[in-house]
Write a protein that binds this ligand. Structure first.
Ligand SMILES: Nc1ncnc2c1ncn2[C@@H]1O[C@H](COP(=O)(O)OP(=O)(O)OP(=O)(O)O)[C@@H](O)[C@H]1O
Length: 416
């Protein structure tokens, strides 16, 4: 049915900001009305969900469960299909195959109005001629809610979002962050089962984004709501999500708690996508396996990487992964002497970029801010084998035997 494409785009590139809603978006907004049921709580199941645009398969058999009250973030590079998936859940894009189930009910054939969801877009979609109060109240007016009840709901949402002093102002007098909060207020008053956010912070500057991330995390805690959030920004994903779904080329590359993805990425894609600066990848040869792990050779240096070995690996080419923040100056289980071409001094850290000689063998080390290193001057760096990740020829990770502290383990489980 392809009801709207409010951003008039084909998925790639950033969307343009505009404060007045596209007419089709108004249609969608009006129709996202609250449905009876427990406030803000809904479970979502995606069963083998597929999407084709013509012959192009945008989403390939997506399987996912989002639990009541969970904050799930879809993250992935531009064009991986995350917005399409969100819009299919909303009912704004047709689902080619598979089932979208909300609270046990298949909703594929239901219009957005009947799904019990509210969506917040990157373009705030506010009405410039209406006050903040009327913008928030809009869906309740459509529903013909009695004035007193409406007023109470709008004021409640405004208090949660710190907009109570702004209710009589027009959107033109508000900052980007305040406008986005008005849009969120309009979603809150609908009391949806599931909140859907499509890159809501992308139009804000860096400082405001950081503030709004904290606001949204607080809002989630306060409402105890089920929220699904799309972003291409891994910092947003890491900081807000109970669980992250990493999408790559229309498939789920991995689902897990933020720290699980960081410490135990299932494949090279997730390893490279989560973490900033990006993980370093070095081609290594397997020279043997033992109870303790896999022995590798990197240009004549050997090290034992503590991962669960597999049979028949000797002589095979594998990929060793090490995060820049796990590299130290001095020697390690592997010692690499490099001439950094660029050095970025960030105060807390100094980031050094070097080439290891081979094609695409870039090397990035995040060292202490006080590290006495200079561009083009030799520096010895050390890597501990215990910090390393190992991937097979297909990019699938070997299971790490990372020793986690009790605190780390608690952080793995958002329910803990
Ligand atoms: N209406 C459409 N017709 C044809 N192809 C489309 C349409 N909408 C999206 N696509 C394609 O589907 C793919 C996924 O798009 P989608 O917008 O879901 O990506 P995304 O991960 O949200 O990317 P971005 O972060 O750039 O918004 C892209 O390759 C895009 O070009």
């Amino acid at each position: 049915m392809n009801v709207i494409d409010s951003n008039g785009r084909a998925g790639c590139g950033r969307k343009t900001a505009h404060t007045f809603p596209h007419p089709a978006l108004v249609f969608a907004e009006i129709r996202f009305l609250p449905v009876a049921g427990e406030r803000y709580l809904g479970q979502l199941n995606l069963n083998k969900v597929q999407k084709f645009y013509g012959t192009y398969e945008v989403l390939k058999s997506i399987e996912l469960e989002v639990k009541n009250g969970e904050f799930v973030v879809f993250v992935g590079p531009s064009g991986c299909g995350k917005s399409t998936l969100l819009r299919m859940i909303a009912g704004l894009d047709e689902t080619t195959a598979g089932d979208i189930v909300i609270d046990g009910k298949r909703v594929n054939d239901l219009p957005p109005v009947k799904r019990g969801i509210a969506m917040v877009f990157q373009s705030y979609a506010l009405y410039p001629h209406m006050t903040v109060f009327e913008n928030i109240a809009f869906p309740l007016r459509v529903e013909k809610m009695p004035e007193e009840k409406l007023k109470a709901k709008v004021e409640h949402a405004a208090r949660i979002l710190h907009l109570d002093q702004r209710l009589q102002q027009k959107p033109g007098m508000l900052s980007g962050g305040q406008r986005q909060r008005v849009a969120i207020g309009r979603a809150i008053v609908r009391e949806p089962k599931i909140f859907l956010f499509d890159e809501p912070l992308s139009n804000l500057d860096a400082a405001l984004r950081a503030d709004m991330r904290i606001e949204l995390a607080k809002l989630h805690r306060q409402l105890k709501a089920t929220m699904i959030y799309v972003t291409h920004d891994q910092v947003e994903a890491m900081t807000m999500a109970d669980r992250i779904v990493v999408l790559n080329a229309g498939e789920i590359a991995q689902t897990g708690a933020p720290l699980e993805l960081y410490h135990k990425p299932a494949n090279i894609f997730v390893a490279g996508f989560i973490g900033n600066p990006k993980m370093n990848f070095l081609p290594v040869t397997c020279t043997g396996v033992s109870e303790a792990g896999v022995e590798i050779d990197y240009r004549g240096q050997t090290a034992l990487v503590p991962v669960t070995p597999r049979s028949g690996m000797a002589g095979r080419t594998l990929t060793l992964g090490v995060r820049p923040e796990h590299i130290q100056t001095g020697s390690g289980d592997l010692t690499l002497t490099v001439n950094p071409s660029v050095i970025e001094r960030l105060g807390a850290h100094t980031v050094a970029y070097a080439s290891l000689g081979g094609e695409g063998e870039n090397y990035c080390a995040m060292l202490p801010g006080t590290a006495a290193i200079r561009p083009e001057q030799q520096v010895k760096t050390g890597i501990r084998a215990a910090d390393c990740h190992l991937f097979d020829e297909n990019g699938i990770a070997f299971e790490r035997r990372v020793e986690m502290t009790d605190i780390d383990l608690a952080l793995f489980d958002p329910a803990a």
